[in-house]
Design a protein around this ligand. Structure first.
Ligand code: ADP
Ligand code: MG
Length: 470
């Protein structure tokens, strides 16, 4: 009874709150951003803790998702005093012309009755999980050295009809933005399509916690437990979220055990290996590490370029000049999400301005982003890591010692500095003990040339690059 009343209240306030949130967003981001992006958002549906906002195109959706989603979500939570989760969907074309005429509904079903995305969101909610992004398929996943194993393991798991004992749980980890969620969605989408009889649920750990806390509050913990009863495959994303959250962990542990005991497949993703999940109970860490543990490493240049090419294909009809793609791939190195964000920004800008995309425009559009990317990479850090790797002293990076055991690592460090930062040759020279810019240029060329022939050097350099980019 009390619950019903609350929902009633929310329903009345929500359009009003949404209006306030829009105004706050306008203030936060300024008129231009508001008009280009945020204005296109429409409130589509609210049910329980889930808010669904719609936009006219996939492109705008992605843009908002990448740039403003977090703020939008936190504004909702502040305005409505509730842990809202905001999902974005692309609304059907027919609705685009007259957005004002579309009435708001809080019933849980889209008013147009024809929006497949919304329906699938609603269906997912019934079944307790989070919605799946249809673009996150195996086909759209570009494979390279760093994610090959994770891709193969995920695909094999998605295709198998039975639970393979050694693979359960399947634990996938990487730093942020390297494709864990993409692969988890791909597994779930694949299974739902090819094995419709199996009940496959994908859920972030955050949502798990939210559902659990809500159930506790409403005293229907039995219903919460029931939701897991007939699941065949459970995928839980971002498990690190429940580190330090004791009661949620307790419940999570029971859920995991119950499913494993029943030989149900578990897929868990986190931002670090199970053993390093600080604030997670030891017994849970052990359990999560029982099965197959696979990681995704930072993408190398080739993979970043491959991903960009594939995203461009999906995004626009036009192609981008190779120089632009190569520039992006060499400068935005830390995560694929950021790389995608940079690409979107460049394309958006060009579309809005109706201009061609060139290397120069790309550089100027991305100034801030590039600077931010670079901040994390300092020359000192490169010198330290390279020296450490070759077992020489950091001081040797600035010395005039020409013996090969010291000079080669120094050249590698110069090469990496040139490659990974925007420092000029003379600046680099200065930081390496006041050397001339021609010395740096020579070092860069030398290493570049050697990389073609020397496999060992190549693997040293790519390992160092990964370490520096971490
Ligand atoms: P994570 O969950 O590890 O933080 P995501 O799966 O959310 O990362 O990936 C971030 C973005 O990068 C997504 O849009 C995803 O589609 C994209 N992405 C990551 N890896 C790849 C890949 N190998 N091929 C294509 N897209 C990728
Ligand atoms: Mg993720």
């Amino acid at each position: 009874m009390k619950m019903a009343l609350q929902v009633e209240d929310n329903k009345n306030n929500i359009p009003e709150s949404w209006e306030k949130i829009r105004m706050r967003l306008k203030k936060e981001y300024g008129r231009a951003t508001y008009t280009s992006w945020i204005k296109h958002l429409d409130l589509q549906n609210v049910e329980g803790s889930q808010v669904v906002l719609s936009v006219p195109t996939r492109f705008i959706k992605e843009w908002i998702q990448n740039n403003y989603h977090r703020t939008i979500e936190s504004f909702w939570q502040q305005e409505c005093d509730n842990t809202y989760r905001v999902d974005l969907i692309v609304r059907p074309k027919a609705n685009d012309d007259k957005p004002e005429s579309r009435p708001f509904t809080a019933s849980g079903v889209d008013v147009s009755g024809q929006n497949i995305d919304v329906l699938s969101v609603a269906k997912d909610m019934e079944s307790f999980g989070s919605p799946l992004d249809r673009r996150f398929t195996f086909d759209n996943f570009v494979v390279g050295d760093s994610n090959q194993l994770a891709f193969a393991a995920s695909k094999a798991l998605a295709e198998s009809k039975n639970v393979v004992r050694g693979n359960n749980p399947y634990y996938l980890y990487s730093k942020v933005g390297l494709g864990k969620t993409h692969l988890m969605h791909a597994i779930a989408l694949h299974m739902r399509k090819h094995q419709p009889g199996r009940k496959v649920i994908y859920l972030s750990a955050e949502r798990f916690m939210y559902q659990f806390i809500t159930a506790l509050k409403n005293k229907n913990i039995m219903a919460f437990k029931d939701s897991f009863r007939n699941i065949d495959v459970l995928l839980i994303d971002d498990v690190q979220f429940i580190c330090g959250k004791e009661s949620t962990q307790e419940e999570f542990f029971h859920t995991v055990n119950a499913l494993l005991d029943q030989k149900k497949q578990l897929v868990i993703a986190g931002d670090r290996p199970p053993s390093e999940l600080e604030g997670m109970q030891e017994r849970i860490r052990t359990r999560l590490g029982w099965g197959l543990v696979v990681d995704i490493n930072s993408a190398d240049f080739d993979l970043r370029l491959g991903i960009l090419r594939s995203k461009v294909d999906q995004m626009i009809d036009a192609t981008l000049p190779d120089t632009v793609l190569e520039f992006l791939a060499s400068r935005v190195t830390s995560s694929i999400r950021e790389l995608e964000g940079a690409l979107h920004k460049v394309v958006a800008h060009a579309t809005l301005m109706n201009k061609d995309i060139t290397l120069e425009s790309t550089q100027s559009i991305l100034t801030d982003l590039l600077r931010a990317n670079e901040k994390s990479i300092t020359i000192a850090d490169i010198q330290k890591k390279v020296a450490g790797h070759f077992g020489i002293k950091v001081a040797d990076m600035s010395s005039a010692n020409r013996s090969r055991s010291v000079a080669r690592p120094r050249q590698i460090a110069m090469y990496l500095t040139k490659k990974l930062t925007t420092r000029s040759l003379s600046e680099i020279g200065r930081k390496f003990g006041g050397k001339d810019h021609t010395t740096v240029m020579h070092a860069v060329k030398r290493i570049d040339g050697l990389l073609e022939q020397d496999e060992e050097l190549k693997s040293d350099v790519s390992l160092l690059e990964r370490m520096i980019n971490q």
